[in-house]
Design a protein around this ligand. Structure first.
Ligand SMILES: [Zn+2]
Length: 480
């Protein structure tokens, strides 16, 4: 009898400990998931008595804030700067930064203190504010340069992964999402609710030659001197590959083939190194693995495998196969080259600050992957410089009035200086219309401070993307 009582005692003790463990797990570990779960009824009731935190750019320019009205709070957004697709909205669901950082914007720091002071001041209890990595001046430069064109611009600091600007067109107005909802959800051709920077998947076109170059150099560093004579076309398997408009580039080595974007050279070198090597390099750069970014995004896709035929390999080598990338991923690739082969994890939240101005959280840059050796990255950097100085990317060449940092605290400028830009152009074939054009780049080439990816839908084989990138880089270098 006593034995069975003891048994029951231990059973209850065990159950009780399990209960405590479970409650601790919910409070300490899972609470964020419960709060973020859209099925949580407390979310909407919470939003009514809490003033949602403000969203600022990195320097304190207000991008989104809440104002109290008779019926609760109204969310107001900055209209200049093409922010809507990145900041998102909080009505009819949530998207963008509003969704990704809902937890921070609704979290109340020093709640007791705030509740007590609210009794006297009648001011609402306020959620934490967030400061993004985006610089409003660079964002506005990107929006102005894009000038309503269908496409996207993303700018990043190569050695940290900080997103400096992210613009996408066609877009919407976060201030009038409810009124415009039917139009926004029914317009399939323009898909204005899609953030093209992170969710738009496009063939990379010749920008992919960055990856093929890395693969060729890692297979054998002497491949830089591999010589080939381009006649403007060549047969690979059952496909005839052509250079742009059948132009014959003549005898060339890798640097010139890269700068002139010679398709037959790159298809030939891909045939030499084989699909397994190209596949391995693409995987190193992050294809087919999660990008790990807080806003809704797509994973870059690379479809080659060991069984792929020669025509598939040659098409993939020049970016025309089944490979698909986002502008965000492309700026990560350019940044990794700029950063000696080290790819940084992209981030957009710089810091969280409570309603008393005290910093609660600060993002530390993280290495995402080492995509190639520093030697290979420096060679690609050199090839990208050749592309802008005497190849297909000359539209990105520019001068900038750099601030003189040797004179502290003053705004003395050292006059217009030529900036060496490293870049790569691309034209992505589009079966349903005019081709898309790409440009990825970074500057200054020897001390990269900014990388930019530009995608223009249906803009054909022009140099508009290069001018847009140059505007964004110039703006940033002149304020930094
Ligand atoms: Zn050629």
């Amino acid at each position: 009898m006593r034995k069975s009582i003891r048994r029951v005692f231990w059973l209850y003790t065990l159950l009780f400990l399990l209960l405590i463990f479970y409650l601790l797990k919910i409070t300490l570990k899972d609470s964020k998931n419960y709060i973020l779960n859209p099925m949580n009824p407390r979310l909407s009731s919470k939003a009514e008595d809490i003033k949602r935190g403000t969203i600022y750019d990195n320097n304190g320019t207000e991008i989104a804030h809440s104002e109290q009205t008779e019926n609760g709070f109204e969310r107001l957004y900055k209209t200049e700067g093409n922010y809507s697709s990145v900041i998102g909205y909080t009505e009819n669901g949530m998207s963008g930064v509003e969704a990704g950082y809902n937890f921070n914007l609704e979290s109340i720091d020093a709640e007791l203190l705030q509740r007590i002071s609210a009794i006297f001041t009648k001011e609402p209890v306020k959620g934490n504010d967030i400061y993004l990595t985006i610089d409003d001046r660079v964002q506005c430069a990107a929006a102005n340069a894009l000038n309503g064109a269908k496409g996207s611009v993303v700018a990043m600091e190569p050695n940290t992964g900080r997103i400096l600007a992210m613009a996408s067109n066609p877009t919407f107005d976060s201030n009038t999402v409810v009124e415009d909802w039917d139009y926004l959800t029914q317009n399939e051709e323009d898909s204005p609710l899609i953030n093209r920077a992170t969710q738009g998947l496009y063939p990379p076109g010749s920008v992919f030659k960055i990856i093929t170059t890395a693969a060729a150099l890692s297979a054998n560093e002497n491949n830089e001197d591999f010589e080939y004579t381009c006649n403007g076309y060549e047969q690979f398997g059952d496909t005839v590959m052509k250079c742009f408009e059948g132009y014959a580039h003549g005898t060339e080595r890798m640097e010139n083939a890269f700068a002139q974007s010679c398709n037959t050279y790159y298809a030939t070198i891909a045939e030499h190194i084989g699909s397994a090597k190209l596949m391995q390099t693409a995987n190193n750069f992050g294809f087919n693995s999660p990008v790990d970014f807080p806003l809704s995004h797509e994973t870059p896709r690379f479809a080659l495998d060991e069984t792929s035929q020669l025509n598939e390999l040659s098409e993939t080598a020049i970016g025309q196969g089944k490979t698909l990338v986002t502008p965000l991923f492309m700026v990560m690739i350019a940044s990794a080259v700029a950063n000696d082969g080290v790819m940084m994890k992209p981030y957009i939240l710089d810091r969280v600050v409570n309603c008393y101005g005290i910093q609660k959280q600060k993002t530390i840059p993280e290495i995402k992957a080492r995509v190639c050796t520093p030697e290979i990255a420096q060679k690609i950097n050199k090839f990208m410089c050749a592309c802008v100085s005497n190849g297909t990317g000359t539209g990105a060449d520019f001068y900038a009035a750099l601030p003189d940092n040797s004179v502290s605290g003053s705004s003395v400028y050292v006059g217009e200086q030529h900036i060496t830009v490293a870049g790569k152009t691309g034209t992505a074939e589009n079966s349903s219309g005019e081709d898309h054009s790409w440009f990825v780049c970074f500057a200054p080439a020897q001390n990269p401070k900014i990388a930019v990816a530009v995608l223009l839908e249906n803009s054909g084989h022009g140099d508009s993307a290069e001018y847009i990138a140059a505007d964004v880089m110039k703006t940033y270098l002149e304020i930094k």
